[in-house]
Design a protein around this ligand. Sequence first.
Ligand code: BGC
Length: 249
Amino acid sequence: MVVLGIDIGGSGMKGALVNSITGEMLTERYRIPTPPSRKPKEMAEVVKKIVEHFDHKGPVGVGFPTIIRHGVCKSVGNLHKKWKNVNVRELFSNTTGLPVTVINDADAAGYATMNYGIGKGKEGLVVMITIGTGLGSGAFYNGELIPNFELGQIPYKKYKKIEDWAAASAKEKEGLSYKQWGKRFNVFLKYVDLLISPDCIILGGGTSKQFDQYKDYITIETPVIPAELRNQAGIVGAAAAALHEAPRD
Ligand code: BGC
């Protein structure tokens, strides 16, 4: 079944057609920058443009960068506050005229990694951490998703949430070297380890590609591995989860 997977982030909105059975991407990725307002109406228009680009008429699976409960945005993350309590599924479905499912973006990336990537067959508690505008987290116990883990929301020193200090956006904003940022990221990983004792941590998002540049600053005992699906995982996972009844959608 061909599903349009769309991965929505704080800086880019990316789509591709996906074979939702095999997890294979059938087209190139098409990316439009996230509108700077990060407001519902403007972002819904971009979703429509992505659908039109592919001339897609079938189901759409969306990975969205906030807590999503039954299609509704429950906490806005790094988006505009107008998103709070918006039924994202209904909004995108009405704008595109297509059936849409929505899950959290890190849950989607984790879903792809656990079903088609390096996480396949991994037992116990596996956590996917996506490094981007925020720090996303998707948790899986024996392969089953536990939706809406929000490990990036841990308060840290003067920061309301640790992602404001340790996500890729902080590295960029403050012009940090990989060494400086890697040490921060390691502080975050230490909290993750302390709070939930995962068996394995898988890294996704753009920055996972540069793993070699900061892996030496990671000091926790728990294995930390980069996802080989990298940036594609969010798109593939959103599409695949759409068919296999999106958890909590
Ligand atoms: C949000 C998460 C999201 C993460 C990555 C955070 O700000 O709270 O829901 O998964 O950013 O986009």
